[in-house]
Design a protein around this ligand. Structure first.
Ligand code: NAP
Length: 538
């Protein structure tokens, strides 16, 4: 296809939550000419691709939505506490239609590369259908968990059955009826999918590498009176979540777990457990992420719950997490996850006790020397988080430098929104911003608003480029690492620590600021108010 050159004020990559909001904001607030590229056939991002059984949001829906459309906050009715993937996708479709966003989105188009031209101060963006366009601003709205991690299992090509990765599940779904299914992985995705697949499959074999601490989601219909009260208080809710630590209405207990009596602690733990959702993770004792002893008390409570729920003590023991602190891996929310292992048709193959996956054979998976016969394998093996989707864009900044060259020892950004040497590039919920440690829509909105105001300020002051200075970036990277090193987070082999991808430099990917999302927003706003401190404007 011949290349057609068009020029835009801004190119936005991705049409999920962040891309849709960015388009709305730049086009309708600032009047910019914007083109969005989206590799899917419609909007949705994460909610377009992740269609595995049981896929639903893990944050309460009343705050897992756009808060900039005040009228929609009042009008929209979620069917339950954590709606399923198709309902969230329907919501994003509705937003796109309501704000006439699709006319500026080119679907089924992936960005294959973008270069910053130092003579024109423009980005040249190339796509997989041969197009080449220029833009003053380039905004990566590619999501944090969109680059699939498909481990190179030996022998996969020989497998005679069918296999799927949860992040690229067929739109038509998969019929597991009467099938022998293998599930690889036990992260947040698998924890949602396993109970659903187990209801259909003849036999489900779960291959676990690391046991997870799961807490109950407690999904269900929300009391209409609660919905009414929330709608009446949306202004307050939005203010609170924006100023909160995690972008949620969850607050730590302002006390040490070690300074409470066993009875009081048990009461608090029961309360969080009964509330369900992220309460146990994000509204626990304030020293849970800092003190191993405090953490052990929280972990022990969950371990007791696992032992009470799983009838076979040998299976329960395999499901008990070992060797890392509670909460240092992303909290999976479960609906009958542990109960599922009581079913006759479900078995657990644990890497530590039964042996690791050695290869995929024609007929199944061989682990610990035994072949487990399978008709279907589902890989819930996660993502090359945060840096993966950005590196896949093949960006070239000043001097043709790539992110692979810049990020040899892990990501280096300023505020997670900008990268030194990559002028006018903005990364929504990028590495070293709170992003994945928060309720994503809150962090997305904060970045979109900040970027919009920044571009508006540049236009008013007739600046052509904005770029993080190396000094400010170095300081930010140091700050991110210093803060996290005071917590237990660095001890786990989590994707937060880049530990899930062989060869990925070990680095903490998000930002765990001392005052969370609220403190981070304050910092970003101060930087803007001080004439974009740490940035060079030209
Ligand atoms: P994940 O948390 O990275 O889990 C991947 C699983 O696959 C882990 O159990 C991992 O074991 C295992 N695994 C990876 N490579 C393997 C290998 N080579 N051999 C054997 N096992 C292997 O991925 P995920 O479950 O897809 O979740 C990723 C993130 O997506 C979550 O943390 C969450 O942020 C997000 N998510 C959100 C929602 C929601 O909000 N509704 C739902 C699902 C997921 P190890 O633990 O040993 O690495």
């Amino acid at each position: 296809m011949a290349s057609v050159t068009q020029s835009f004020d801004a190119v936005v990559i991705g049409a999920g939550f962040s891309g849709l909001h960015m388009l709305k904001s730049l086009r309708d607030k600032l009047g910019l000419k914007v083109r969005v590229y989206e590799s899917g056939e419609t909007v949705g991002g994460t909610w377009y691709w992740n269609r595995y059984p049981g896929a639903r949001c893990d944050s309460d829906a009343y705050i897992y939505c756009f808060t900039w459309d005040k009228q929609l906050l009042q009008e929209w009715e979620w069917s339950e506490r954590y709606p399923e993937q198709d309902e969230i996708l329907g919501y994003l479709e509705h937003v796109a239609k309501r704000h006439d966003l699709k006319r500026d989105i080119q679907f089924n188009t992936s960005v294959t590369g973008a270069e910053f031209d130092e003579t024109t101060n423009l980005w040249t963006v190339r796509t997989d259908n041969g197009e080449e366009v220029t833009a003053r601003y380039l905004i990566a709205a590619v999501g944090t968990l969109s680059a699939t991690n498909m481990p190179q299992f030996k022998g996969l090509e020989k497998f005679k059955g069918k296999w799927y990765h949860t992040s690229r599940f067929p739109q038509t779904g998969v019929d597991f009826t009467n099938k022998r299914v293998g599930m690889v992985g036990t992260g947040a995705t698998a924890v949602q999918a396993i109970p659903e697949i187990a209801q259909q499959a003849k036999q489900l074999t779960v291959f676990q590498r690391t046991a997870n601490y799961c807490v109950p989601a407690r999904n269900g219909k929300v009391d209409p009176e609660v919905i009414k009260a929330r709608k009446a208080d949306y202004e307050g809710i939005v203010k609170r979540i924006k100023e909160s630590f995690f972008g949620q209405e969850h607050y730590f207990i302002p006390k040490s777990a070690l300074e409470t009596t066993a009875e009081e602690r048990e009461r608090e733990f029961d309360k969080m457990w009964d509330a369900g959702g992220f309460a146990f993770w994000l509204a626990n004792y304030q020293d849970m992420f800092f003190s191993q002893k405090a953490n052990d008390l929280c972990a022990d409570y969950i371990k007791r719950k696992i032992r009470q729920t799983v009838k076979d003590p040998v299976i329960a023991e395999k499901l008990i997490p070992k060797g890392y602190a509670y909460g240092t891996k992303r909290q999976p929310l479960d609906t009958n996850y542990y109960e599922t292992f009581n079913k006759e048709n479900v078995r657990l193959i644990d890497a530590k006790t039964d042996g690791v996956i050695e290869e995929i054979t024609e007929t199944g998976i061989r682990a610990g020397g035994i072949v487990y016969p399978l008709d279907i394998i589902v890989f819930a093996t996660g993502f090359d988080a945060m840096t993966g989707p950005l590196k896949a864009l093949n960006l070239k900044g000043r001097g043709g430098r790539t992110l692979d060259q810049e990020w040899v020892d892990g990501p280096r950004t300023y505020l997670g929104i900008s990268i030194a040497g990559f002028p006018n590039l903005f990364t929504i919920t990028g590495p070293q911003s709170p992003s994945v440690l928060s309720n994503m829509p809150v962090s997305i909105e904060q970045h979109v608003e900040w970027i919009t105001e920044c571009i508006e300020a540049m236009r008013k002051t007739e600046k052509t480029t904005i770029e993080a200075t190396r000094a400010a970036q170095d300081q930010w990277v140091g700050h991110v690492n210093e803060i996290v090193s005071a917590t237990l987070m660095t001890s786990a082999n989590s994707w937060y620590m880049s530990a899930n991808i062989p060869g990925k430099p070990r680095a903490f990917l998000p930002y765990l600021g001392p005052e969370g999302v609220g403190g981070y927003k304050k910092k970003c706003d101060e930087i803007a108010a001080n004439g974009y401190e740490g940035f060079q404007l030209a």
